[in-house]
Design a protein around this ligand. Structure first.
Ligand code: FE2
Ligand code: FE2
Length: 391
């Protein structure tokens, strides 16, 4: 039987065939150049350490001004001094919104769903959940698998690590709602495959992830970098900043009528996270653009907005085949355009939909709500003692 002691024995010998295999790997030519940013292997000058130089190189302090968001050569295991204190502040702020779906009372939602919602409203509620739950898994995979490993400053990676957790928490939240209401999980979770209007949005995001989730990607290549930036803009400004931001609003419209208030409270907590994800992403992309000599492909950005608008319109007309009280497909689509203009402005881009009107004037208020009169109050106020900026 193996014990931990076996692994600490200094004279444990590897079998001969293992030694042979390892030494032949060492001597074989490297088929591809190694990544340039292997942490701890390169000094701040970018020169690989040679044998005998390790002590001298290790002793050199990291200069924050040498850090880069991507393609950096500094040691990514050293957090401070910060070059990007704003990223660290995002992490601190994110930790003020600490909750789990089990904290929220869903009993009234069970009653509302069974006895108060019309068939049209049930169709809307279920499809919003079906879309959101698949979307949050995509968001988790994007930031955790495709984006985070390309960052070369630890303060950014640390916030993104928190973001990965939050996306998983959001998925748990939707599952909690679906389970609590006794919805058919096999049916709900398959809707993104079966319903073209939902599938279309998911596939747009999937295509973006696939284009940057490749082992051979090299962000020193201008075309690759451009594609990475557009993908990051898509996830931060469209997927999280518009599709999520706007995507909760049908449930908030129920909440305004005193219906499905538990679900809506859950979504308010998620929305707080998503606003931070969007803000962080926009800030990160702006920093990448600033640090690199980039001529962004504006036609790709234009296509992104147009594709997002068309998909959102199809989705809205499916989930709102018939309007519900105080909410319609057209108001949903128009508000998407309005929020898209806001995100473009934050990015320093021109408004993609000039003249779009604020069709849901109550939505920002819903996003900013401070939880003043429910059982959350003590807890959330306590966690948010530092205050959050939702703009
Ligand atoms: Fe999320
Ligand atoms: Fe997110």
């Amino acid at each position: 039987m193996l014990t931990w002691d076996a692994f600490s024995e200094p004279d444990v010998q590897l079998p001969a065939d293992v030694i042979a295999a390892e030494s032949s790997e060492d001597s074989s030519p490297d088929p591809k150049p190694r990544r340039k940013k292997e942490a701890g292997q390169e000094g701040r000058t970018g020169q690989k350490r040679q044998t005998g130089q390790v002590e001298e190189q290790t002793a050199q302090p990291i200069r924050p001004e040498d850090k880069r968001v991507i393609n950096g050569l500094t040691d990514i295991n050293q957090l401070a001094p910060f070059k990007y204190p704003w990223a660290w502040k995002y992490f601190l702020n994110a930790n003020k919104n600490h909750w789990t779906p089990l904290d929220i009372n869903m009993s009234q939602d069970v009653y509302d769903y069974k006895h108060k919602l019309t068939d049209t409203e049930k169709h809307l509620y279920e499809n919003v959940l079906a879309y959101l739950t698949t979307s949050d898994i995509l968001a988790m995979r994007n930031i955790g698998l495709a984006v985070m490993e390309k960052m070369t400053a630890p303060e950014l990676q640390i916030y993104q690590a928190r973001q990965v957790y939050e996306e998983a928490l959001h998925t748990w939240t939707y599952q909690h709602c679906i389970e609590t209401l006794g919805l058919d999980q096999g049916e709900i979770y398959n809707r993104y495959r079966m319903v073209p209007a939902i599938n279309q949005k998911i596939q747009i995001a999937n295509t973006r992830i696939s284009s940057i989730l490749r082992t051979d990607i090299d962000l020193n290549d201008p075309d690759e970098l451009n594609n990475f930036i557009v993908a990051y803009v898509f996830f931060a400004a469209v997927f999280e900043g518009c599709w999520f931001y706007n995507g909760f609003s049908p449930i908030f419209s129920f909440q305004r009528r005193g219906l499905m208030k538990g679900t809506a409270e859950q979504l308010q907590y998620i929305m707080r996270d998503e606003v931070l994800h969007c803000g962080f992403g926009i800030r990160t992309v702006s920093q990448i653009i600033m640090e690199n000599d980039i001529k962004l492909d504006l036609s790709a950005i234009r296509e992104m907005w147009d594709e997002a608008e068309a998909a959102e319109a199809d989705y809205a007309r499916y989930i709102l085949r018939d309007p519900v009280l105080g909410y319609s497909a057209e108001s949903h689509i128009e508000h998407f355009r309005f929020i898209a203009n806001r995100r473009a402005k934050q990015l320093g881009f021109e408004a993609p939909f000039p003249g779009a009107q604020c069709a849901l004037p109550w939505l920002d208020e819903q996003a900013n709500i401070r939880k003043e009169k429910n059982f959350f109050e003590t807890r959330v106020t306590e966690y948010q003692a530092g205050g959050l900026n939702w703009d």
